[in-house]
Design a protein around this ligand. Structure first.
Ligand SMILES: [Zn+2]
Length: 234
């Protein structure tokens, strides 16, 4: 597991709104919903744990009086932030490897992969496929941190590639610090509905077979990680 370079810490504030109801005339006892919760404001902060200079100041939004709904506005803003974090990742967190003499000695002396922990062996280099012995490239490589450029250790080529792939499917955790119980439900229900209706989605422009530019809309990918604190990953 690699530490995530960016985390967004967020919080919503909700108000309760009364729903008018009246007692049915012919019943002695009854149950009815008498209030609902509406998100009225939010605050969030983008924190870059890898390099503080890419952290951003706290953003606060207060809804009401004909302003855009706080949840809708929040989702739009979060996707803008995710795009901006991805740009930083591409531009600044792609440093080339810096090897010291000590690092090189470590690499030359290592007999096992620091990622999977397995010893290097001749068997790693071939695979039998339909009776043929096929060479697979799984030699030891110098794995490095793309944020700092520092050497991390000697690793199988395949283990190193897996780590890099994880970086490419880069996700940003959004951590709600005070979102508990019923509050989180109505907020997440609304986000779920917006995704279902495709009112929030990834939009890509592409050229169709007649050479015209078209827009394709894909549902965005949000995973929910239940926790003792609520965590949602974009
Ligand atoms: Zn390995």
């Amino acid at each position: 597991m690699q530490p995530v370079p960016f985390v967004i810490y967020a919080d919503f504030e909700a108000i309760t709104e009364k729903i008018d109801s009246c007692r049915p005339p012919d019943q002695k006892s009854y149950t009815t919903t008498y209030q609902s919760h509406r998100a009225c404001s939010y605050g969030y902060k983008v924190v870059c744990h890898a390099e503080q200079i890419y952290s951003k100041p706290v953003q606060i939004y207060r809804g009401g009086n004909g302003k855009k709904d706080a949840i809708e506005k929040f989702i739009v803003k979060i996707f803008e932030e995710v795009k901006s974090c991805q740009k930083v990742m591409k531009k600044h967190f792609n440093k080339p490897l810096i090897m010291t003499a000590e690092n090189e000695r470590d690499f030359q002396n290592r007999t096992s992969c620091y990622i999977c922990g397995e010893e290097y062996s001749d068997g790693d280099q071939f695979v039998i496929h339909k009776g043929k012995k096929i060479k697979i490239i799984n030699h030891p490589v110098r794995d490095h941190c793309h944020i700092t450029g520092k050497y991390r250790g000697s690793a199988h080529n395949s283990c190193n590639l897996k780590l890099r792939l994880e970086q490419e499917i880069f996700r940003i955790p959004v951590i709600f610090q005070n979102l508990k119980g019923y509050d989180s439900h109505f907020i997440m229900q609304k986000i779920g509905k917006m995704i279902e209706e495709k009112s929030i989605c990834k939009s890509t422009l592409y050229q169709n077979k007649w050479g015209e530019i078209e827009e394709s809309k894909q549902k965005i990918d949000i995973s929910v990680i239940p926790n003792n604190i609520e965590k949602y990953v974009f």
